[in-house]
Design a protein. Sequence first.
Length: 606
Amino acid sequence: MTHKTQDSFWGGIVKALGLVFGDIGTSPIYTLTVVFTLTKPTHANVYGILCLVFWTMTILVTAEYAWLAMSLGKKGQGGEIVLREIIIKLFKQGRVLAFAGFLSFLGVSLLLGDGVITPAISILSAVEGLLLIPGLEATRQGVLVVIAALIAFTLFFFQSRGTDKMAGVFGPIMILYFGSLLVSGLVSISGTPGIVAAINPMYAIDFFRENGIAGYFVLSEVILCSTGGEALYADMGHLGKKPIIRAWYFVFAALYLNYLGQGAFLLKHPDTKNILFGMIQEQSSLLYIPFLLLTIMATIIASQSIISGVFSIVYQGITTRLMPLFKVDYTSKHIQSQIYIGVVNWTLMCAVIFVMFFFQKSVNLAAAYGMAVTGSMTITALMMIMVFSKTTKKWKVPVVAVIAVIDLIYFTSTFPKFVHGAYWSIALASVPFITIQVWTKGQRQLYRALRPLDLDIFMLSYEQIYGKNKNIPGTALFFLKALDVIPPYIVHCMIRSNIIYERNILISIIRTDEPFGNIARHKKDVGTGLEFFQISAGYMELLDIEKQLKEHGIVEKVIFYGIEDIETRNPVWKLFALMKKLTPNFVQFNKLPATKLQGVMTRVEM
């Protein structure tokens, strides 16, 4: 028993290292290199920056995500969509709810936009380490970009096969990677042990006093050390809270000791272009190539976890009706969260490779990086204030408020980056944001335009037609949103066209605001030959409708569903109509047997 607990304790940590910390783990490859292209590596500046790195990781990752955000979850799930669901339950209605909805849409969009820049900067910065291999110093930047693009292409190409088998390898590779960062940092620190004093907040204060407004803008590069911190909360559902927090303490120590080592190395070699790789090469030219390969593998794993995270966010968006019904494939029999969304995968791949070729260097990419991350952190903090203000833990509100102010300071420091490429992170985030806005508003407008029929009125006509005894043998399924209102396509089928089967089952699928859970209710005597079948499922639950119907003795002959042909002059609704045409409808999304499907067209003006 003890052995098993011990095993799961360490097993959880190893899994967390492989699935959650790739993004923040690859930050040491480029953070200090980017910071010191803008700042002179004087003694005071090195100590000041190392101090800022320590407190940034402590306040914005440990305090905001590991301690505060991770205390808020639903059945162990985390992320901004979960925060929105918690706020909906606490506030029920009003302006706060509308504001929270807007914030969560914005936060999700920023994270999705970030999902493009993170793999690009991680892979490109690791590949640039090839320049320090003897004989490869003259490699052209264009060649490095092509190598990085090929790695990215391979990574996206294999997504559809699933990462279930690979997930077991990710953890041990990341242990080796973090172990290398830890050891190399300690070796470098041993030559300059005084560097440990850099955690003293006075060094940060002195840095701002000396550099003034320039010091404030350096924060926009310092934040690179915390990118990926949001994954602690967003990935909480995959592994649980405890393993992630335990693993974070080890990761924090490995990262910060490595940053201290890089600082010590920089003080002795102020002209170094690539600090981490320069430090490793000085320590051991023999181990340099193995370390470089390890960092490239780590960046691939980091990119993998980001892609999986994007799939997860989009899936939550689909099931909570914030996004169109993209085709989803389930790639694992063991891990429920292992999914693949083709259209998202290939769009993301094209965007990542485009960004690599557009920016050419990781240092240039860093100029585009940070705005989306700090924006997302600020939104998470604001949403946490709303939640804690309505709970028994009101004492946390001032703590989160202080963190929100710090988030805002970091966010505003990234504004000058806008002209240098940060507009890309906003442009990329605007795609999911516009999609969410058009889709949610379009769905509401379409529902109003369709003018569904009340159940009572429908039942009168239905009973009359059923009573004529001209009914078709067998069972027919009809899908609808709510059981109290009947959509026009059912009215068209049954009432106008007299297509009534001996057994007619109206099926409604309701997504609850809980992540998991699946309850089916079967009501048989709604009317003569008319039954209700309702499935209440969590928004992350993967449904097998056919299986659930068979469990209740329902074997259908035909499945009817509605298709809307939207007529409109409004450009926004035209975009909505295009989304409806390009994405699978409800029945295709739930993978019902194609041979039994009958689509019924309804023309509607919006």
